[in-house]
Design a protein around this ligand. Structure first.
Ligand SMILES: NC(=O)c1ccc[n+]([C@@H]2O[C@H](COP(=O)([O-])OP(=O)(O)OC[C@H]3O[C@@H](n4cnc5c(N)ncnc54)[C@H](OP(=O)(O)O)[C@@H]3O)[C@@H](O)[C@H]2O)c1
Length: 252
């Protein structure tokens, strides 16, 4: 049996949005392995979320609570915080990971797409952080926002997504000022870590890798490790965006 005696994350509670799959699920596994209890949020992926909960409960019973919500439904965001308080009477960490991502070439963008992309990537992280802030302050906790290297360098045909992530970078800095000294707020900016499931041909992948200093794509684990660093080892870091892109941002 693993012991967490010397680990100051053991018994603390993290809320992770969009946690059923991919990067969010990997963040969940890594934080759980540190002894944290988790509130895993999902929207449509109930089956995957329940599987992940079962996987983690096989390692440690009663350590994961699930909560379903569409993050565009702002009025219900405090429910996610309540899930942590209801289960464990505390919240130490919020990871704003959930995100919608698809092309919106100028000329065909709808208001619904704007609302969806800015809603999931910017508005929801703000209102969820606002709802969580009193509990996080009580625990001297922290927020980690998952942004994107394309918050700085626009990704072709994705202007609305890029604007939303750029907003989330500024939100990270602004909330670091607003919520200090009790709460630290940081961000991780992934490069290409897991390709979108529905797009991107082989030539496009090869091009991105050829422009990446480390000549390979990253993995969800690379992002999760950066999140863990900001939560566990970065007590004097707030308002920072940690780029995890294998050096992709260094070239055009
Ligand atoms: N993958 C990459 O290479 C990459 C690169 C740069 C940045 N990032 C950032 O890293 C994070 C994780 O990336 P990923 O590729 O793992 O994400 P993803 O699979 O595209 O999306 C994560 C989850 O977000 C949830 N979501 C989307 N819209 C939502 C809404 N309105 N309400 C509630 N949940 C919603 C979905 O939950 P359900 O499935 O439950 O509906 C989805 O599973 C994201 O913030 C992304 O922008 C990723």
């Amino acid at each position: 049996m693993t012991t967490f005696e010397h680990n100051h994350l053991a018994g603390k509670v993290a809320l992770i949005t969009g946690a059923a799959h991919r990067v969010g699920a990997m963040i969940a596994r890594l934080l759980h392995a540190q002894g944290m209890n988790l509130v895993l949020h999902y929207r449509h992926s109930g089956e995957a979320a329940r599987q992940l909960q079962a996987e983690l409960h096989a390692l440690r019973a009663a350590s994961v609570t699930l909560v379903q919500a569409d993050l565009l439904d702002t009025a219900h965001l405090p429910r996610l915080v309540d899930a942590a308080l209801g289960a464990w009477q505390r919240l130490d960490v919020l990871v704003n990971n959930a995100s919608s991502f698809y092309p919106t070439p100028v000329g065909s963008v709808t208001e619904a797409q704007w609302d969806d992309l800015t809603g999931s990537n910017l508005k929801a992280p703000f209102f969820l952080t606002q709802a969580a802030a009193p509990s996080l302050a009580q625990q001297h906790g922290c927020v980690v926002n998952i942004v994107d290297i394309h918050a700085d360098r626009p990704l072709k045909s994705h202007p609305v997504y890029c604007v939303a992530k750029a907003g989330l970078v500024m939100l990270t800095k602004a909330l670091a000022r607003e919520l200090g000294p009790q709460v630290r707020v940081n961000a991780v900016a992934p490069g290409a870590v897991m390709w979108p499931e529905h797009t991107l041909d082989v030539a496009a992948r090869d091009y991105i890798i050829s422009r990446t200093a480390l000549k390979r794509e990253g993995a969800a684990h690379d992002i999760a490790q950066a999140v863990l660093f900001l939560i566990r080892d970065a007590g004097y870091i707030s308002g920072h965006v940690l780029t995890v892109d294998g050096g992709r941002s260094l070239s055009n």
